[in-house]
Design a protein around this ligand. Structure first.
Ligand code: AP5
Ligand code: MG
Ligand code: ZN
Length: 218
């Protein structure tokens, strides 16, 4: 199954991607995670991406599309994938079509996670991420047992640089202007399925899996 996850910053894309990809046994490909791994690894790509990410702006298409092209061509993505954070503009959606066409494949479904902006702000302001294993926590909704320490691997937790209140506001504006048009784009192609992403993580996962199950061709 080839799936794209869309939704505003903080909708729970990363959180749900983990469970959905596990359930359907497909690799999770998160452009945000790949950029952050490059930032912490000090690569050229990371240096280029960081200035845009810190400002809450989109990384330029040339950089992003080449990276996704490369990733989707890898062996583990041959029989399916879950994209988290790509495409993020209608232009990127067109590029995804071209990449898949080149690989002789096509997209099955786009899952849209719906949340309101008050909840987005609550989710992002309390988010903490593990430096070591990448596990995502929330100070209120899913607090680690020990302050500042990952409950899964013992690693140190940090707050993402783009989760400051001002940058979150800007990311929401960028989402509304550049990414939200994807909803109409995919809905027009009858590839969109929207679910309510409010409520407990497990409940949202259940909704996501039921919504996607009909598209699982295996
Ligand atoms: P990216 O990393 O994709 O960030 P984003 O889209 O802003 O989304 P987030 O990762 O912030 O939120 P999420 O939906 O994954 O929520 P999460 O599961 O963590 O992109 C970052 C930057 O990279 C961009 O700004 C851009 O610069 C660049 N970039 C990436 N892709 C690009 C592209 N294609 N083109 C150009 N640039 C690109 O959940 C949030 C919090 O809520 C967590 O603490 C979690 O524990 C909690 N939570 C989750 N679900 C629930 C629930 N049901 N109830 C309560 N709490 C919950
Ligand atoms: Mg994420
Ligand atoms: Zn950890």
């Amino acid at each position: 199954m080839r799936v794209v996850l869309v939704g505003p910053p903080g909708a729970g894309k990363g959180t749900q991607a983990e469970f959905i990809a596990g359930h359907f046994a497909i690799p999770k490909i998160s452009t945000g995670d790949i950029f952050r791994a490059n930032v912490s690894g000090g690569t050229e790509l990371g240096r280029e991406a960081k200035k845009y990410m810190d400002a809450g702006d989109l990384v330029p298409d040339e950089v992003t599309i080449a990276m996704v092209h490369d990733r989707l061509g890898q062996d583990d993505a041959a029989s399916g994938f879950l994209l988290d954070g790509f495409p993020r503009t209608v232009r990127q959606a067109g590029e995804l079509d071209s990449i898949l066409e080149e690989l002789g494949r096509s997209l099955d479904v786009v899952l849209d996670l719906e949340v309101d902006s008050d909840e987005v702000v609550r989710r992002l302001s309390g988010r903490r991420t593990c430096k070591q294993c990448g596990q995502v926590w929330h100070l209120e909704y899913d607090p680690p047992q020990q302050d500042g320490i990952c409950g899964r691997c013992g690693g140190e937790l940090y707050q993402r640089d783009d989760d400051s209140a001002a940058t979150v506001r800007h990311r929401l504006d960028v989402y509304a202007a550049q990414t939200a048009p994807l909803i109409a784009f995919y809905s027009g192609r009858e590839q969109l399925v929207s679910i309510d992403a409010l409520g407990a993580v497990e409940d949202v996962t259940e909704r996501a899996i039921s919504a996607l199950a009909p598209f699982d061709a295996r």
